[in-house]
Design a protein around this ligand. Structure first.
Ligand code: ADP
Length: 305
């Protein structure tokens, strides 16, 4: 039996900000709870003002919380968390090696030189280790920021808008880096508006609105049913009749495409039934729900109301 290890847990996190000009209080975070497993990549998604930055600040201890707690399996979050800000800053006149060494020494990392060289190599920066950071591209600075954030061997990384301002090549590169961090067992919580990247990378999404988690979607969760799509070469009246006992979610007006909600184990029976009545299938498969669909489901009805 495999055991699931939760590496980062937040419970009932709350934060209100007062505005001394209007004397009003904004409840930026209102009892937020979440859990991240070892190696889980979780997207934190929500409209502007939803509370994403506040949640990150509370997890990282950058802002004091009004209530709630952050725990890491008995470890001290200050030691077991890494942070990659949206706009990382460096000592621009120094080399990446010396930028890293500064952090390594601040954190009392054993054999700091070796640790820095190891991470610079891991992130493909060893060939640039003596170049001043001021000459680095945005993508290289991003890699350096991540290398720096994992120097002390964190169990979880918090990343604020990691894809913002990256070109498609850099996005691909970052995806590869995040997968390799996942393989090291590091859990990642990343706030992002890039729903396509969330689709490519994330195991789960936390949807946040008005300071509350309103939904957690688990892509790899064992769900009892799947949405199965069948596309026919030619419309055939016998097919809808064959599917009459099934839960057909939608049928295209031309009669060529059907979306059926079904227990996964009954998918082969559905294919056999359609073929059995003469249906000529050109394509079929389980329709994955995408982050964009989920975003629309979660946020747009209220936006339109
Ligand atoms: P997001 O990162 O999702 O855009 P934030 O966490 O920045 O959202 O903000 C959540 C709410 O808290 C917003 O209403 C914002 O105006 C308010 N807020 C955030 N930081 C402060 C602050 N330092 N002072 C007052 N209000 C704040």
């Amino acid at each position: 039996m495999t055991t699931v290890t939760e590496v980062l847990v937040g419970r009932d996190l709350s934060k209100a900000y007062g505005n001394r000009f209007t004397a009003r209080t904004v409840q930026a975070l209102d009892g937020v709870s979440f859990e991240l497993r070892e190696g889980e990549i979780c997207g934190l998604v929500g409209p502007n003002g939803a509370g994403k930055s506040t949640l990150i600040k509370l997890i990282m201890g950058i802002e004091p919380k009004d209530g709630g707690e952050v725990s890491m399996n008995g470890l001290d979050p200050r030691m077991a968390l890494g942070y990659v800000p949206e706009r990382p800053t460096f000592f621009e006149d120094l080399s990446p090696f010396h930028n890293m060494l500064y952090i390594a020494r601040l954190n009392n990392i054993p054999e700091p030189e070796e640790a820095c060289l190891r991470e610079l190599k891991e992130f493909g920066l060893d060939g640039w280790k003596d170049e001043p950071v001021v000459n680095f591209s945005k993508g290289m600075k991003q890699r350096l920021a991540i290398a720096r954030s994992v120097l002390h061997g964190p169990k979880a990384l918090i990343m604020d808008e990691p894809f913002s301002g990256l070109d498609p090549g850099m996005m691909l590169e970052l995806r590869g880096i995040m997968r390799s961090l996942k393989n090291r067992g590091i859990a990642m919580l990343l706030s992002s508006h890039e729903l396509n990247e969330i689709d490519q990378l994330c195991d789960s999404i936390l949807f946040i609105k008005s300071g509350r988690i309103i939904k957690k979607e688990e892509f790899n969760a064992i769900v009892p049913t799947v949405n199965f799509r069948i596309m026919l070469a030619t419309a055939d009246g016998a097919v809808p009749a064959a599917l009459a006992g099934r839960k057909v979610l939608s049928q295209s007006p031309d009669g060529l495409s059907f979306l059926v909600e079904t227990p996964k184990e009954e998918v082969p029976d559905i294919v056999a039934e359609v073929v059995g009545v003469g249906g000529r299938i050109v394509a079929c498969g389980i329709a994955q729900r995408k982050a964009e669909d989920l975003y629309a489901e979660v946020f747009l009805p209220e936006a339109r109301a």
